[in-house]
Write a protein that binds this ligand. Structure first.
Ligand code: PLP
Ligand code: COI
Length: 349
């Protein structure tokens, strides 16, 4: 498949977060205990057997990554090794075969390269969202793992997840539903976790929030995470805190932010359970973070029938989150020195 170097004629500043069909996607098949080499395909359609375990028992998982254009025109991935590692942790939890890093990265790179014309240009504020997925296919009826799997990667150019502007302030509503049990699948990127969250998101949106905020399922006391992002908090006493929980997704963005906070913020950095009701009065700034969300300042939280406001009454991003955003995005876009060697260049030709 020839790579077109001519960028698509899109309004890059106004893409939203939605699926746009591009020319190529990558697919590899696991059969008889081995992966095929994999190849690029034209069609966005997947044909699976009606008995496929991905359809009945949600034996599937996915990842989310982004490619961005740097000021000098390079196409950068951000820490793809961590997405591969997490996909394999999820695969192990759901009794699916590991996708070797070589196959994972090749699938991602080939898909990005073949869709170069869809990679948003530098300065547009948009990025190419990358969705690797692993699904249990083949024929099965009883509750047991599939004997065939498809690893697929597709891409779509996207703008910010929550709103149209880069650092729009969002709101979260504490959910009456639980996202994940303490020893369940919350720490894995299993699609089933998200199906269970759709109703919680709807309820949160009915309250005027962008999405749900989940507390720990065992005690309904400690912050777990938002529906599609982890949480970070700047607290009184010059503390930068993220909730520790074994039921949340180990976010690549949050782990990177915590490292940057240690390296660049003159604050005490803590990874520990956060008792929402006891500590919310100490919150100065709160944010949701993730690949799609990037870093979204949380202006207010709905808890026990009332809104709790943070920095500037939720009008604007606070100074700590602005700094963290600039540090993170500067590296992801190749604007600042990448001292931790997190970016990975996709060779285009
Ligand atoms: N938590 C959930 C439930 C998510 O879906 C995501 C998105 O991937 C995240 C957190 C953030 O993770 P990451 O930063 O690796 O994208
Ligand atoms: C991501 O941030 O990559 C995700 O997978 C979240 C998803 C709900 C869009």
């Amino acid at each position: 498949m020839a790579t077109s170097m001519v960028k698509k004629d899109l309004n890059w500043a106004d893409l939203g977060f939605k699926y746009r069909q591009t020319e190529a996607r990558f697919s590899a098949i696991y059969k008889n205990g081995a992966w095929s080499t994999g190849a690029l395909l034209d069609s966005p359609m997947i044909s699976v057997h009606e008995g496929a375990p991905t359809l009945h028992y949600a034996q599937q998982c996915f990842e989310g990554m982004k490619a961005q254009t740097s000021p000098d025109g390079r196409v950068l991935l951000f820490r793809p090794d961590l997405n591969s590692e997490r996909m394999n942790q999820t695969a192990a939890r759901l009794l699916m075969p590991e996708v070797p890093y070589e196959l994972f990265l090749r699938g991602v790179e080939e898909t990005v390269r073949a869709n170069y014309s869809w990679v948003p240009p530098y300065g547009s504020g948009a990025s190419l969202y990358i969705r690797p997925m692993l699904i249990g296919v083949g024929e099965n009826l009883g509750l047991r793992p599939a004997n065939e799997y498809e690893f697929r990667v597709f891409v779509s150019p996207v703008g910010p997840y929550y709103k149209s502007a880069g650092l729009a302030v969002i709101s979260l509503a504490v959910s009456d539903y639980d996202r994940a049990a303490p020893n369940g699948t919350g720490a894995y990127k299993a699609g089933a976790n998200y199906a269970g969250g759709l109703l919680a998101t709807k309820k949160a949106q009915e309250l005027g929030a962008n999405e749900a905020l989940y507390l720990d399922a065992a005690k309904r006391t400690y912050i777990d995470e938002a529906g599609s992002a982890n949480i970070i908090v700047a607290m009184k006493g010059n503390r930068f805190v993220t909730p520790k929980s074994n039921a949340i997704l180990p976010s690549v963005t949050r782990r990177s932010i915590m490292t940057l906070a240690e390296q660049h913020l003159n604050m005490q950095v803590e990874d520990r359970p956060i008792d929402l009701r006891k500590e919310i009065g100490d919150f100065e700034e709160m944010a949701a973070c993730g690949t799609a969300a990037v870093l979204a300042p949380v202006g207010k939280v709905w808890l026990d029938g009332a809104w709790h406001h943070f920095h500037d009454n939720g009008q604007s991003v606070g100074p700590v989150m602005q700094k963290v955003y600039d540090l993170l995005v500067g590296i992801q876009r190749g604007e600042s020195p990448d001292e931790n060697h997190w970016t990975h260049v996709v060779k285009i030709d």
